[in-house]
Design a protein around this ligand. Structure first.
Ligand SMILES: NC(=O)C1=CN([C@@H]2O[C@H](COP(=O)(O)OP(=O)(O)OC[C@H]3O[C@@H](n4cnc5c(N)ncnc54)[C@H](OP(=O)(O)O)[C@@H]3O)[C@@H](O)[C@H]2O)C=CC1
Ligand SMILES: O=C(O)[C@@H]1CCC=N1
Length: 275
């Protein structure tokens, strides 16, 4: 599965790092090659207990021996974390730096990392935990093929991957995939809530929504038909679905979705100016 097995250190052990590491371990990436750094004991302990990976409180200690450093802290912390990291390691160490941060460009990362020449940006999402992630990757011109291949194989171990040619494409991946699990969760929450209002207990309401969402997603995955055809197969003329869909149309759901995706892109662009 993994042609190259490199020592990988994750700086930060939050939701996204956990999803990727969980997915990697599930797919057989050797735990002893993975290190996670995080300031709190609890995060480090959970990582060690759940996945058997190495942990370190000190970022430089955790990253010094690594071949690949995955930057998995919040975007607003990246400057201080990277600058401290290279200072404490005595330089960038010519490592491959893989950033998962939204809204921080390669140029900015390079400035934070004292000119590190090997940087790849990725935009994963949390279903990586189940091996069902969707990751966009961007490598600046001149990135070595080996670095692209390793970044791709790491992220492909936890789901599907797409490369974007232009760095701006990463923001489009954020809108369509990185942030998008939350859109589906919101939709599912709304269905569950209304099912409960209709009288189902919470457990049954959740079962109704989760099984339906999983079934619908699986149909999209397994069918060659356009999604609109799958929708119309549910929609009997003059029936119940048509009424529900008409209500969504009246509320301009498609326009609202487009607006939400544009808002995610705009926020990523703002962040890129801010950091
Ligand atoms: N969540 C998501 O769905 C996605 C997130 N991303 C990106 O992933 C990155 C992380 O997001 P997410 O996982 O949600 O964030 P979380 O807040 O869940 O995790 C952040 C982690 O950073 C750790 N941390 C804080 N300060 C430091 C430090 N000085 N040195 C080392 N580690 C530190 C925290 O440690 P502790 O636990 O000890 O407090 C925590 O484990 C962001 O840049 C985000 O843009 C990208 C795609 C999807
Ligand atoms: O909300 C965020 O900024 C991050 C990036 C994509 C998903 N979560």
């Amino acid at each position: 599965m993994f042609d190259q097995q490199e020592k990988v250190t994750f700086i930060g052990g939050g939701n996204m790092a956990r999803s990727i590491i969980g997915g990697l371990i599930k797919r057989g990436y050797p735990a002893h090659l993975i290190t996670v750094t995080a300031p709190t004991d609890r995060t480090r302990q959970r990582m060690a207990d759940d996945f058997g990976v190495n942990t370190a409180e000190d970022n430089a200690k955790g990253a010094k021996e690594a071949d690949v450093v995955v930057l998995a802290v919040k975007p607003q912390l990246l400057d201080i974390v990277c600058e401290r990291l290279v200072a404490d390691m005595g330089g960038h160490g010519d490592k491959l730096y893989l950033s998962i941060a939204a809204g921080v460009t390669v140029d900015t990362l390079q400035a934070y990392l004292s000119g590190a020449p090997r940087i790849v940006r990725t935009m994963p999402n949390t279903p990586s935990l189940l091996g069902l992630g969707m990751t966009g990757l961007y490598a600046p011109a001149g990135t070595k093929q080996d670095d692209k291949l390793f970044s791709q194989s790491l992220m492909a171990a936890v789901g599907k991957v797409v490369w974007v040619e232009e760095e701006a494409g990463i923001n489009h991946v954020i809108a369509a995939a990185g942030s998008a699990p939350a859109y589906f969760f919101l939709f599912m929450e709304a269905i569950q809530t209304e099912a409960e209002n209709m009288g189902f207990d919470a457990e049954t309401a959740r079962l109704l929504v989760q099984q339906t969402a999983q079934g619908a997603a699986q149909m999209v995955t397994e069918s060659d038909l356009p999604i609109s055809t799958l929708r119309s197969q549910v929609t009997s003329k003059g029936g119940t679905t048509a009424e529900a869909l008409r209500t969504f149309e009246e509320g301009e759901l498609s326009t609202l979705v487009a607006k939400a995706m544009r808002a995610a892109v705009a926020r990523a662009e703002d962040m890129a100016k801010q950091f």
